[in-house]
Write a protein that binds this ligand. Structure first.
Ligand SMILES: [Zn+2]
Ligand SMILES: [Zn+2]
Length: 448
């Protein structure tokens, strides 16, 4: 392992909290002092030792950085450590010796070439992100540390050239290039304001929680699980291939969005109506269809309506037009589903008191049909007895009269049943029947 010697100047240790619980500790150190060290190049198809371009760039970089170090560059800056106020402070440090830094310009130039070469050789790998960011992490650590959080010597030059070379590299696939550039950018604008980064991640995750359709019944049980999570850490602690140190990387906004896209895809592909159907869990397809249509509409409404026409008036008009079209489409989709659903809870307000003799009669008739028993047609006494028994004493005669009114009607025609028992005839029949299950099956068999 790399032999390192670091002197820390710790000021404070502060927890970073989420919902009152510390999720990580932030060390507030007034910097540390560690001398830079050499890094090892990696091997691959592209060999910088034989590549003319790399060798030319290496020479140019050594020239520029050496001029900077010696203060002989035409910008007139003084030699290190008097190049800036931060580095000037080093002279007060007993551990500091300028001779330890003499090789830094060449070292940094090589680190730039090594990293560029490493990117060229690894950007097509499946594990490109870890391979490359691990190597960059390793290289960044090799720059050592300066007290007072001053910049390790020429670290910003390293980032400047690496970024520039990567931006100009046309071989790297666009998405991968952006992900790597984002990683570099996060490094260059470091953790002075960790809270801001944290809030961006938190906001990104909360947006996802809001947008994901947890209201759909088969997703609803997952919501508490995801509400409790805060996936701001990019995976489990991983050992850097090059430094041997285990570290957890914080997500960048982009990498968190990648994770959420993946998660969304996994949830949608693993839990859906097809899988429910296959497992025999799709018991209420109409209800789920309704949920899907409602949630689709809700999502669009949450997302809102925007239009970027040049003419302002046209913008309003276009927005309204889109809204009207969506609403019409929504109504068209939702109406047949609602119609097909079993009676809505509103019906439960109708209690038995509101049932008439006709409802009692229908219940009786369907019960007979379901049992395969014939009606006592013309038998006034028997019908009155049944009426008294079912509706209460003294109501038998009314039952008998209604029987005679209804008996010639075709009870297999829904239209007739509507006329006799109104909108809720079916519910009444089931509720007033003495064998509701049997009747329910019978009605279903008749497609009623
Ligand atoms: Zn090259
Ligand atoms: Zn300086």
């Amino acid at each position: 392992m790399i032999n390192r010697h670091t002197t820390f100047f710790v000021k404070d240790l502060k927890p970073i909290e989420f919902c009152g619980k510390p999720v990580m500790w932030q060390m507030d150190i007034n910097g540390a002092f560690e001398k830079p060290f050499e890094t090892q190049p990696t091997e691959g198809e592209h060999d910088f030792t034989t590549c003319e371009g790399c060798q030319k760039t290496l020479k140019e970089l050594i020239k520029r950085l050496t001029e900077k170090f010696e203060g002989s560059h035409k910008d007139g800056a003084k030699p290190f450590p008097f190049c800036c106020t931060h580095h000037s402070e080093l002279t007060k440090l007993k551990e500091f010796n300028r001779a330890d830094f003499i090789s830094v310009p060449e070292m940094v130039a090589r680190k730039i070439i090594y990293t560029n070469s490493h990117i060229k050789n690894n950007h097509q790998s499946e594990t490109y992100y870890k391979d490359i960011t691990d190597y960059i992490d390793y290289t960044v650590e090799s720059f050592g540390q300066m007290p007072g959080n001053a910049e390790p010597l020429y670290l910003s030059d390293y980032f400047f050239y690496i970024t520039d070379l990567l931006e100009r590299n046309t071989e790297v696939e666009k998405g991968r290039k952006n992900r790597l550039l984002e990683f570099l950018k996060a490094y260059r604008t470091p953790t002075e304001t960790p809270k801001t980064d944290f809030n961006i991640l938190l906001g990104t995750y909360q947006k996802w929680l809001k947008v994901f359709p947890f209201e759909i019944s088969f997703f609803s049980t997952l919501k508490p699980h995801f509400e409790k999570q805060l996936p701001i850490l990019n995976g489990k602690p991983e050992t850097n291939k090059y430094t041997g140190l285990a570290k957890v990387k914080m997500h960048t906004k982009g990498s968190l969005i990648d994770v959420l896209l993946n998660l969304t895809n996994n949830l949608l592909t693993q839990i859906n109506t097809t899988t429910l159907y296959e497992k025999g869990l799709l018991t209420e397809p109409q209800k789920i269809k309704l949920e899907l249509v409602l949630n689709e509409r809700k999502m669009k409404l949450k997302q809102g309506y925007v239009n970027s026409s040049k003419d302002e008036e046209q913008r309003y008009r276009k927005i309204l037009k889109e809204w009207f079209a969506d609403e019409k489409k929504f109504i068209d989709e939702v109406t047949p589903i609602v119609k097909a659903l079993p009676p809505q809870p509103i019906n439960s307000e109708i209690d038995t008191e509101k049932y008439t003799a006709k409802h009692y009669l229908l219940a009786y008739l369907f019960e007979c049909n379901a049992k395969g028993v014939s009606y006592p047609i013309g038998n006034k006494k028997e019908l009155e007895r049944i009426g008294n028994e079912r509706m209460g004493a003294g109501k038998g005669n009314r039952f008998y009269k209604v029987f005679n009114e209804v008996i010639n009607k075709d009870l297999n025609a829904e239209k007739n049943l509507f006329e006799i028992g109104g909108e809720y005839w079916r519910k009444a029949v089931i509720e007033l029947s003495k064998a509701p299950e049997l009747v329910e099956n019978y009605l279903q068999s008749k497609q009623l």
